[in-house]
Design a protein around this ligand. Structure first.
Ligand code: ADP
Ligand code: MG
Length: 374
């Protein structure tokens, strides 16, 4: 009576979601559904010209965060912000959130207050309301948030839609959230090794630690684009790293792309962290996750408007699918760009330009937090 089981890790990120989707294929599809599984948020018709978008994301202690690093108010903020980020990636405005909280026995009223203060602050900052949820006990702290947003049909932007000749653009700077995580993990290790004699220097790396613990959703960027009269042809938020997100746009749009590595911006503090760990800062910028910036494409006639916008960089071009996703730098020339330089935060990231074998690693998309520091 032996039955063999297949580990889900064997499916890879794309394979896992495709497999789930195939189990759901028999459900009759509403004519009001515009996009289901496969983008940053689902989109459906909610009126003559209005579309609604809905997204859900979960944060689990030991997988996505370590409660000893992150104040509960930051955690509440982050849980809302990462969902708003997916709504914004559809060029939509967030309206309502619900929250399901799994609370462990050792969670205090004070921590709960902090958590909800953080969520309230984020809701105010993004102009939305928290309208309900569910509460349960759990073995580890667990937060599942759903956000509903709204967009005019003429403004919605999908992952699909990039055209050959478009320019690839990125808001803000990247690699900082990963650098922040490196610093936090390192400080914990030092503390374990040296005990009370170790004094963590959190002052030196405030920017990157904040990028990790209190990310911002770039609602301001889509408002800026609207003001500039630019509607991106495709868009995604950077939760899993720039390289991975370029692959998502490529896959959904049926195109290839070249990323100009020197054009991908990082903060001086991110470079300082990479230098300290003797890592390649470009690998942080290309493969580091959780920056929640927006990666999007624009038609050639809009690139001047993008050049004139502050805090947005043109980092590459969209090409034929046959060319694949490539990275260019003056040192290395053109190289295939793998979607994920690393799956876990256990070791230094690798700039793995060369091994583009088309295989996704055993990652589930989310940047995994190795909570046990292993
Ligand atoms: P993001 O990183 O933007 O949050 P994900 O990689 O989590 O996107 O998800 C990609 C797509 O797969 C989305 O459309 C999402 O709704 C869908 N998806 C993810 N997990 C599941 C699941 N367990 N069941 C059904 N759909 C899922
Ligand atoms: Mg997303």
């Amino acid at each position: 009576m032996s039955q063999s089981f297949t580990p889900i890790s064997s499916l890879g990120e794309f394979g896992l979601i495709d497999r789930m989707q195939s189990r759901l294929a028999d459900i009759p599809r509403s004519e009001n559904l515009i996009v289901g599984i496969g983008d940053d948020a689902a989109v459906y018709r909610a009126g003559d010209t209005k579309l609604h978008v809905v997204t859900t994301d979960v944060l689990i202690e030991g997988v996505h965060f370590d409660r000893t690093f992150i104040p509960t108010s930051y955690l509440g903020w982050k849980a809302i912000a990462v969902n708003v980020s997916d709504v914004v990636a559809m060029n939509a405005k967030p309206l309502y959130a619900t929250v399901s909280a799994g609370l462990p026995r050792n969670f205090s009223v004070e921590m709960m207050d902090g958590l909800y203060d953080g969520m309230a602050e984020a809701c105010k900052a993004y102009g939305m309301e928290l309208v309900g949820g569910d509460t349960s006990t759990a073995h580890a702290l667990y937060l599942s948030i759903t956000v509903i947003g709204e967009v005019d049909e003429k403004d919605v932007v999908f992952r699909r839609g990039a055209n050959v000749g478009d320019y690839l653009c990125l808001s803000g700077d990247v690699g900082g959230a990963y650098a922040g995580l490196k610093v936090l993990l390192d400080q914990r290790e030092q503390l374990e090794n040296m005990g009370d004699s170790y004094e963590p220097d959190l002052e030196a790396f405030q920017y990157v630690i904040r990028r990790q613990l209190r990310p911002k959703a770039r609602l301001d960027v889509i408002e800026g684009l609207k003001k500039a009269g630019v509607r991106p042809t495709s868009m995604i938020d950077v939760s899993d790293g720039v390289a991975s997100e370029v692959h998502h746009i490529g896959l959904r749009s049926g195109v290839g792309a070249t990323v100009r590595v020197p054009a991908v911006p990082f903060d001086p503090e991110t470079r300082a962290v990479a230098d300290q760990f003797m890592d390649d800062v470009d690998a942080y910028a290309l493969f580091g996750g959780e920056d929640y910036e927006l990666l999007f494409t624009v038609a050639p006639e809009d690139v001047q408007a993008i050049d004139d916008m502050e805090g947005v960089s043109v980092i590459g071009t969209i090409e034929e699918a046959a060319k694949g996703v490539r990275a260019y730098s003056p040192d290395t020339g053109l190289m295939p760009l793998h979607p994920a330089g690393y799956q876990h935060f256990d070791g230094p990231p690798q700039t793995d330009y060369e091994t583009n074998d088309g295989e996704e690693g055993p990652s589930f998309g989310d940047t995994e937090f190795s909570g046990d520091g292993a």
